[in-house]
Design a protein around this ligand. Structure first.
Ligand code: ZN
Length: 473
């Protein structure tokens, strides 16, 4: 079996073949840092995390780029409303985004280009499009992309021309454009842009980049620097970005380079609450920090999201989250049992067979367009059957534990270890020393009492030739 992915370009499952294996270039549209990202946004980022982790698990060498949109209509409006400069307004949201990613155990991208720091690449791309004759300066001083000069426009979203026209936003710049469908590559600077510091000089006039342009310029710039190519292996994002954002990214990039922009387009579905898309507009949003403040284990969020396929809408509820929390707990307990069931020396046939079956089911599921719900089902089958084998006295848990840990490199849904308070480790060491003293004096009742005292605090101890070891369970 090899990895097959659903490509939005063809609406089909296709065997995954990167341009120059084992390297995979992956671009994911990052957050717009005008506010906190909500967990609907994080559903997309977690789907991309699954993709990234599974590619790495499968032996690919992934170069992952995620941009930060720190200049666009929304960030400018929000900064102006707060009476701040752009960077002053966005800085805390950038910081919060990274903290939320850490909380949710999202693997870090290799680069996070910021729009405001990538303006030279954007200016170059606009100039390239002007030189190629597919862009023009409108009467209002902004630069537009001429859709009529790019015949394959609409291929990704599969909208016909009429629909695109209806879908296009009717704006005040309507009369400055040759064709109402044309979109802005570079917007002439307004007084509000100047006020918040969102204006740059360019040969075609002082202004600021359009949002779509930012992603094309940053992705091409990064893969050009790292790999000297102009085609991404994978471009991913939420389904709401297919049109117009990704459609426009394709138009700008391909019209400039003459190369396919991305070989595979992957799109994650929405997160819903009570059947409605979660969004700031509907006021039904929850942020990652809300969950963290409610002491929700990130593993439960990860498991909940993994249990629905990325191309299906997920309805978020407290009940579903609580059920995922229970699943995480069961998984942690099972792993602890495997650890206690002995080392690798005498692998029990039963547990080894269960582990082998699990690993093959797990790979088959994820090879099938990242079918994480099926991978999770295989995982809980291992927990169920493995517990049964342990109940029946099976030993040699190491082989099953290793299989479980390898799968966790992809799913990462083991419970978060409880934070150890300052001073706690010192207390544990003192108790262990007291127990050693009691054992030395052959006061085994006292030694057992101390062991129970530690256990009540969640500390498990193990006597080894090199002394007593402890860990939190
Ligand atoms: Zn983008």
């Amino acid at each position: 079996m090899t990895l097959a992915l659903h490509n939005t370009l063809t609406r089909r499952l296709e065997p995954f073949q990167p341009l120059a294996p084992p390297r995979v270039t992956l671009y994911t549209c990052g957050p717009t840092v005008w506010n906190y990202a909500h967990i609907g946004n994080f559903r997309t980022f977690l789907f991309e995390d699954l993709l990234r982790r599974y590619l790495e698990f499968s032996g690919y060498d992934v170069f992952h780029i995620m941009n930060l949109t720190d200049v666009d209509d929304r960030t400018i409006k929000a900064a102006a409303a707060a009476g701040k400069r752009l960077e002053e307004h966005t800085a805390p949201f950038v910081e919060a985004f990274f903290a939320d990613c850490d909380y949710l155990r999202i693997r870090k991208a290799h680069v996070y280009p910021r729009a405001t720091q990538s303006v030279p690449a954007m200016v170059r791309l606009v100039q390239r499009l002007l030189d190629a004759g597919v862009a023009y300066r409108g009467e209002d001083g902004s630069v537009y992309f001429a859709i009529a000069k790019f015949p394959s426009y609409g291929r990704l979203s599969q909208l016909d021309r009429r629909e695109i026209k209806i879908g296009a936003r009717v704006a005040s710049d309507e009369y400055a454009k040759d064709d109402p469908r044309d979109f802005a590559l570079w917007k002439r600077a307004d007084p509000i842009d100047e006020r918040v510091g969102a204006a740059w000089d360019a040969p075609f006039g002082r202004g600021r980049p359009g949002w779509h342009l930012e992603c094309s310029a940053m992705s091409l710039d990064q893969i050009g620097k790292c790999c000297r190519v102009e085609t991404l292996d994978i471009h991913a994002g939420g389904v709401d970005l297919i049109f117009p954002h990704h459609e426009d990214e394709i138009a700008q990039s391909e019209a400039a380079t003459g190369q396919p922009f991305a070989r595979y387009w992957l799109h994650g579905e929405f997160l819903k609450v009570g059947g409605t898309k979660m969004s700031k507009r509907f006021g039904n949003f929850l942020t990652a920090r809300d969950l963290r403040e409610q002491s929700v284990d990130a593993a439960a969020v990860r498991l909940l999201f993994s249990q629905t396929h990325y191309r299906r809408a997920l309805d978020f509820s407290d009940e579903a989250l609580a059920a995922a929390g229970q699943g995480v707990k069961r998984l942690g307990e099972f792993r602890d049992r495997l650890v206690r069931a002995g080392g690798p020396a005498t692998p029990d046939g039963r547990l080894a067979a269960l582990a082998a079956r699990f690993e093959s089911d797990f790979r088959a599921a994820l090879d099938d367009d990242l079918n994480a719900p099926r991978a999770c089902a295989a995982l809980f089958e291992l927990v169920h059957d493995g517990n049964g084998a342990l109940d029946a006295g099976a030993a040699g848990g190491a082989v099953a534990r290793d299989a479980l840990d390898r799968a966790m490199a992809v799913l990462d849904v083991l419970p978060t270890p409880r934070a150890v308070e300052p001073g706690f480790a010192g207390w544990v060491d003192e108790r262990i020393a007291a127990r050693d003293k009691a054992r030395g004096a052959k006061d085994f009742r006292e030694a057992d009492r101390i062991r129970a005292e530690l256990k009540a605090k969640g500390v498990e101890i193990e006597d080894t030739p090199s002394g007593t070891k402890w860990r939190m369970v």
